[in-house]
Ligand binder design. Structure first.
Ligand code: ZN
Ligand code: ZN
Ligand code: ZN
Ligand code: ZN
Length: 373
């Protein structure tokens, strides 16, 4: 690499001189008494493309077509005329500063992760789809050299293959749509899925559930101004749920969505989407339901039954007479808070049903004044 190119012939000023040692100032074509036929190359025996010093333009270290390694990534296969830089390293020079690589200690151009192109390319060879690169582990025992300019699509082959695949996909019959069933197959026994396997499958597998939800997801994301990150997180969660589902097509329990957070799921937004495509089975216990349950324990069964009817009407509303709109959970909470002591008092007095309670009983039990009345 360090051999400088030979001087030009003093006659034509185009070709390199025939020999540097012994010094000849002419090329073979311009030698006085010539033109002479140059000898075959001392390196490879080639009879055409003589360069200088008895060697052809591929064997002379000062020739533009002499082959060597890239200065940046040490990859083999760079011509001298390209300044010993592969195409990617050219780009690196324009975009990254000079520094010392944290993984191989070379002083060269290093990227934002503190790695030179060689270490970076080594880490990328072992990169799992959807994961970050692991520079530390992949460069611990040295680096694998590679051939230059083969790391990306120079000829467009890859791009053409992608286009062909896209075209083929378009011609393939459409994937079977997700059939939603109302029933649920019970499990004989449950085997906890492997954590890594679930995540891997969610990353790579095709998901009918996601395909089913995608139009609604895009529309919902657009309407609510979701960021790309949030939309992607929901798409990923849907794929996760698809993997975790025991039988495809069954409605998804809200508790299952909540449980999938251990795989990195996004809960609230996913619930919105599932509710919108009517695939959600909301089995979450509301705080007010728990509150109600604690306050009716110990009451006679007649009272409990009546209270439960009242509570359901308050929570979900009723379209039969007496009709009632569903109330806000806060309102129900306040009602229970006010009435629970009365229930307990009446139960203690030996009443078994609210039918036995007269208006006078109610008036007597109410506080004389104040917000509790
Ligand atoms: Zn000449
Ligand atoms: Zn040669
Ligand atoms: Zn390079
Ligand atoms: Zn390095």
């Amino acid at each position: 690499m360090s051999t400088p190119p030979p001087l030009k012939c003093i006659a034509c000023r185009v070709n390199p001189v025939a020999w540097t040692k012994p010094r000849v100032d002419f090329c073979y074509a311009c030698l006085p008494g010539g033109p002479f036929t140059p000898p075959p190359c001392r390196g490879c025996g080639s009879t055409d493309a003589y360069f200088s010093q008895g060697r052809c333009e591929r064997c002379h270290p000062g020739a533009p077509l002499y082959m060597g390694s890239c200065r940046g990534c040490l990859a083999w296969g760079i011509y001298r005329r390209h300044s010993w830089l592969c195409w990617t390293c050219r780009w690196w020079r324009g975009h990254y500063p000079v520094g010392t690589c944290a993984y191989c200690d070379r002083t060269t151009y290093i990227n934002g992760a503190g790695a030179c192109r060689l270490c970076w390319e080594n880490a990328r060879r072992f990169q799992q789809p959807g994961r970050g690169v692991n520079l530390e582990d992949t460069n611990r025992h040295g680096q694998q050299l590679f051939l230059a300019n083969l790391q990306y699509d120079t000829t467009g082959t890859y791009r053409r293959r992608l286009a062909r695949e896209r075209h083929e996909r378009g011609r393939r019959p459409a994937e079977a749509p997700l059939t939603v069933t109302g029933w649920r197959q019970l499990m004989l026994f449950r085997m906890p899925p492997g954590h890594g396997a679930v995540k891997r499958r969610a990353l790579t597998q095709d998901s009918p559930l996601l395909r089913h939800c995608l139009p609604v997801l895009s529309e919902h994301a657009e309407r609510h101004g979701w960021s790309k990150r949030q939309t992607n997180a929901v798409a990923h969660t849907l794929k996760l749920l698809d993997v975790l589902q025991d039988f495809p097509g069954t409605r998804i329990r809200a508790s299952d969505v909540l449980a999938s957070t251990r795989y990195g799921a996004t809960v609230v937004s996913t619930l919105e989407i599932l509710a919108e495509v009517e695939l959600l089975e909301d089995d979450r216990v509301l705080a007010v339901e728990r509150y109600f349950d604690t306050h009716i324990t110990g009451l006679p069964s007649g009272m409990t039954e009546q209270l439960r009817l009242w509570f359901d009407t308050m929570l979900h509303g009723s379209d039969k007479t007496p009709r009632r709109r569903a109330r806000h959970v806060e309102t129900i909470h306040m009602h229970i808070l006010g009435m629970a002591p009365l229930w307990q008092t009446w139960a203690a007095q030996g009443h078994t049903s609210f039918a036995e309670i007269s208006t006078d009983d109610v008036i007597r039990a109410l506080p004389v004044k104040g917000t509790n009345r």
